[in-house]
Design a protein around this ligand. Structure first.
Ligand code: UT7
Length: 327
């Protein structure tokens, strides 16, 4: 395979909202949220924007890598909650960090960060000396209906980034999609085109851009559990390894109970699963890069460690990767 991680960075909003804070604005409780999800608190955007967080996490990753923005060959940003519909988040960040390479976003929801790795892998095969910035960023607080307690309580906002350089770190990456537009979605409204529906959308109001996020929680839960167990088993095989060879699993931080299911079904010691959901919540495409950066900065990984990644989300998409830590 084609690349190694040479720098990581992440940035979360400064505003912390605990489960008790949520119970002030909706009918829920700390007891319900903790027992059903493992989440105690999450970060929610206040005055800063998601673009600000992406810029900061990108600069931190570049600094960690010892790479100048102008040396970048490509920027890929995985997000479905950019501040703009167009231009892409990646284009805005390219200008703000002072890069001059091509830049684009991808939409693969929570699995987007690993989808971007697959794209980067192909790019490195064509241009092995590249330096690529891959970002996962999400401001789900802009998209959820804060009157829908079964969805709003699990999400948080944040951004994480990695700089990829030439290397042999990536051992395998695999993407899966099971198209489904009803389990987890947010839609554009119809707009106010005067040549359709008298220029009003389905709510009878003119204009508007998107509906709230709708999630069939239990259906997504079942997809998550089955895809995570299948993807982890398959990706280890694809990398020519055994599950025993995995030193750490970095799973999507969607719900602690999903991770606990995987722990109960796969022959891997529970302490190998890294997590931060208790204080970050589910940050969608940002979850894995934030988790990776936090544990990397704590010195958790040593050269030669085998890391297994697994993610899943709206689409329905899922993805897994195996990476040898060689930073
Ligand atoms: O990252 C993207 C992928 N997303 C996921 O992986 C999320 C997967 N799904 C889940 O994690 C879970 O489905 C949720 C945590 C979102 C919801 O848990 P659940 O066990 O599926 O709850 P539910 O929606 O089926 O609701 C069960 C009960 C209901 O009450 P009744 O009808 O049994 O009396 C709900 O009204 O829990 C109630 N409930 C709540 N009660 C207090 C739902 N949400 C809440 C809440 N506080 N926040």
């Amino acid at each position: 395979m084609s690349f190694s991680i040479i720098g990581t960075g992440s940035k979360s909003p400064s505003q912390i909202k605990t489960n008790d804070d949520l119970a002030q604005v909706m009918d829920t409780s700390d007891e319900w949220i903790q027992s059903k999800t493992g989440i105690r608190e999450r970060r929610i955007l206040g005055e800063e924007t998601i673009t600000d967080l992406v810029v900061e996490s990108s600069l931190l990753a570049l600094e960690d890598a010892g790479v100048q923005a102008k040396e970048l060959d490509l920027i890929i940003c995985a997000t479905v909650t950019s501040d703009y519909i167009t231009p892409s988040m990646a284009c805005i960040v390219q200008r703000r960090i002072g890069a001059n390479c091509p830049a684009f976003d991808i939409s693969a929801a929570c699995a987007g960060f690993l989808y971007a790795w697959d794209i980067a892998d192909g790019y490195f095969i064509r241009k092995p000396d590249s330096k690529i910035l891959v970002v996962g960023a999400e401001a789900v607080s802009k998209l959820v209906d804060w009157n829908d307690r079964s969805t709003a309580v699990i999400f948080g906002d944040g951004a994480g980034a990695v700089v990829l350089g030439r290397g042999e770190g990536l051992k395998a990456v695999k993407l899966n999609t099971r198209g489904d537009e009803t389990a987890l979605y947010a839609k554009y409204k119809k707009g106010n085109c005067p040549f359709r529906d008298n220029g009003v959308d389905e709510t009878g109001q003119p204009g508007g851009h998107a509906t709230f996020l709708h999630m069939e929680g239990q259906r997504v839960f079942q997809f998550a559990v089955s895809s995570m167990c299948r993807d982890l088993k398959n990706i280890v095989k694809q990398a020519g390894l055994e599950l025993d060879n995995v030193d750490y699993v970095l799973p999507h931080q969607a719900n602690q109970r999903i991770i606990d299911y995987a722990i109960s079904r796969l022959p891997l010691a529970p302490e190998k699963y890294l997590g931060n959901i208790a204080y970050r919540g589910n940050t969608s495409a940002a979850a894995i890069p934030i988790l990776l950066d936090e544990f990397a900065k704590q010195g958790q990984f040593k050269k030669g460690d085998i890391l297994a990644f697994s993610s899943f989300g709206a689409g329905l998409t899922s993805a897994a990767a195996i990476l040898e830590w060689d930073k």
